[in-house]
Design a protein around this ligand. Structure first.
Ligand code: DX5
Ligand code: ZN
Length: 214
C-alpha cells in the first residue's frame, strides 16, 4: 500500500519537525492539495511551498489540483517540481479538454491522475481509463481536511477496480478523504493502491499513524 500524507493538514507552526518525522516513516509519496477558491471554497498553497519542501524531502510529489483551470495549473506545479498531477474531471468543460490536459501532463514526462468527486460516477472515467496512471476516488467532498469518510466510496472503489481490470488499464486506485486505520483497511480490501491521509496522520504520532495504514 502506498501512503501519501496530505500536507494540507500539516501544523505549519512546526513544519520542519513534522517533515523530519515523515522522513522516518514509511510514506513514499507526499500529497499536495492545491485549491483555487473557485472549484472548491478553500484556498491552499502555491508552487513556492512545493519547491521549498522538495529541497528537504525526497518523496514522490503527488499534486492534487482542485482548480477550475487544470491546463494552467498543471504547468505551474510541474515547473515547481511535481512528479504527478491529478486533476478533476468535473473541472473540464468536455471530454476533449480532459484528453488535452492528460496529453500535456504526459508530454512533460509526469504521472497523470484523474479525480472524481463523490457524486460523479465511475462510468464517466471510461473514455480516459487507458490513458491514466492513477484514478483518485474522493471519499469526501473536496475542499477541506478533517471530514468523515463517505461509506459509498467503497462500492466506487470496487467498480473502478472492475473497470481497470476489464479495460487492461494500469491505473493505480487512490482514495482521499477521511482515511484512518479503519477506513483505510476497508479501502485496501476493496482494491485501493494508494491512501491519502491528512488529519489522521498529522493529528497523531506521524510514524505510527502511517505504519497503521500500510
Ligand atoms: C480534501 C483533500 C484531501 C484532504 C484529506 O479536499 O483532497 O487530500 O486533505 O484530509 P483528511 O485526511 O483529513 O480527510
Ligand atoms: Zn487531496
Amino acid at each position: 500500500m502506498i501512503i501519501a500524507p496530505s500536507v494540507l493538514s500539516l501544523d505549519y507552526s512546526d513544519t520542519k519537525k513534522q517533515l523530519d518525522e515523515l522522513k522516518k516513516s514509511k510514506a513514499t509519496w507526499l500529497h499536495f492539495d492545491v485549491m483555487d477558491g473557485h472549484f472548491v471554497n478553500n484556498l491552499s498553497f502555491g508552487p513556492h511551498v512545493l519547491k521549498t519542501m522538495k529541497k528537504g524531502l525526497d518523496l514522490f510529489y503527488d499534486v492534487h489540483i482542485m482548480v477550475d483551470n487544470p491546463m494552467f495549473f498543471q504547468k505551474v506545479f510541474i515547473d515547481a517540481g511535481a512528479d504527478g498531477i491529478t486533476f478533476h474531471l468535473e473541472a473540464c468543460k468536455d471530454e476533449e479538454e480532459c484528453f488535452e490536459v492528460i496529453k500535456e501532463i504526459k508530454n512533460r514526462g509526469k504521472k497523470v491522475g484523474l479525480s472524481i468527486k463523490p457524486n460523479t460516477s465511475v462510468d464517466t472515467l471510461k473514455p480516459f481509463i487507458k490513458e491514466l496512471d492513477l484514478v483518485l476516488i474522493m471519499s469526501v467532498e473536496p475542499g477541506f481536511g478533517g471530514q468523515s469518510f463517505i461509506e459509498s466510496s467503497i462500492d466506487k472503489i470496487k467498480d473502478l477496480k472492475k473497470l481497470i481490470v476489464e479495460s487492461g488499464s494500469n491505473a493505480l486506485i487512490q482514495v482521499d478523504g477521511g482515511i484512518n486505520d479503519v477506513t483505510g483497511k476497508l479501502c485496501k480490501e476493496a482494491g485501493a493502491d494508494v491512501l491519502v491521509a491528512g488529519s489522521y496522520i498529522f493529528n497523531n504520532d506521524i510514524v505510527k499513524a502511517i505504519e497503521s495504514l500500510c
